[in-house]
Ligand binder design. Structure first.
Ligand code: HXC
Length: 259
């Protein structure tokens, strides 16, 4: 399938999506969000794909929603078309794990897309922020909610009310970044390596783990623990649990069949 705003490739069991509007700092316009959704769906449906890497270019992961596209929108248009809901929320519904590789700016909607991913790797040039307030709007794709849950009220307030950016070091320090990759050239390589490591595990078990972690943001602790317990128990119904434990006892690497 030919895309205009993203580059898509597969490397064995890993699907890779590169946001590709370099002249606009990868600003997320309607077409890009739609194409990203289509590519994610294809990877989700492709049985060979075990994990996905989402990245941008050296200057920007994505500098936010496309300001030029939305500047003249009226309230009625935004409301009636349920602006940004469709494509954007789609990303967070993908069940397979997504590793974000962030170089340069991840701002506004770009930061929100990164926060919809499951692992965030960043190089030292990465800058995160929710600068919407400087445009007279507020974050609209989960920024006030996800960022607050990740970094806490006071960092979120500081970021969202002032619009200031966080560099990679600070973002790592507050838990917005899983890991900083020191060698910029190898950021995507490291993301693929991480995705590959995840991809070697049992896919159903990975899906269960991801689902449980995401439930931690939706439920009370006791309900979440009960949810986890049931999922944990259900892993004993998989062949991969038998294989994983047998392999440990036999001192060899497991060969998971994703069953
Ligand atoms: C449209 C954008 C853009 C954006 C950059 N560009 N960000 N176009 N939407 N979000 C364009 C610029 O207009 C410019 O195009 C080109 O990309 C290069 O950008 P420069 O500003 O010249 O680069 P630089 O000086 O290096 O500054 C980089 C930057 C700055 C710090 C990232 O571009 C910036 O502040 N961008 C906006 C960031 C932002 O406010 N994001 C939040 C958007 S609102 P031309 O044609 O002039 O060369 C949002 C709301 C989300 O995300 C709501 C739910 C999704």
């Amino acid at each position: 399938m030919a895309y205009n705003t993203i580059l898509v490739e597969t490397q064995k069991e890993i699907g890779i999506i590169r946001l590709n509007r370099p002249d606009a700092m990868n600003a997320l316009n309607t077409e890009m969000v739609k194409e990203m959704g289509q590519a994610l769906d294809k990877f989700e449906d492709n049985k060979k794909i075990k994990a996905i890497v989402l990245t941008g270019n050296e200057r920007a992961f994505a500098a936010g929603a496309d300001i030029k596209e939305m500047q003249d929108k009226t309230y009625m248009e935004a409301y009636l078309e349920d602006f940004i809901t469709k494509g954007w929320e789609h990303i967070s519904k993908i069940r397979k794990p997504i590793v974000a590789a962030v170089s340069g700016y991840a701002l506004g909607g770009g930061c929100e897309v990164a926060m919809m991913c499951d692992v965030i790797l960043a190089d030292e040039t990465a800058m995160f922020g929710q600068p919407e307030i400087t445009l007279g709007i507020i974050p609209g794709a989960g920024g006030t909610q996800r960022l607050t849950r990740i970094v806490g009220k006071y960092k979120a307030m500081d970021m969202i009310l002032t619009g200031r950016m966080m560099d990679a070091k600070e973002a790592h320090h507050v838990g917005l970044v899983s890991r900083i990759v020191v060698n910029k050239a190898s950021l995507v390589e490291q993301a693929i390596k991480t995705a590959r490591k995840i991809g070697r595990m049992s896919l159903p078990t990975i899906l269960m783990a991801k689902e449980c972690i995401n439930q931690a943001y939706e439920m009370s602790l006791s309900a979440g623990i009960r949810y986890e317990r049931r999922m944990f128990q259900s892993t004993f119904a998989t062949r991969d649990q038998k294989e994983g434990m047998k392999a440990f006892v036999e001192k060899r690497r497991p060969t998971f069949k994703n069953q």
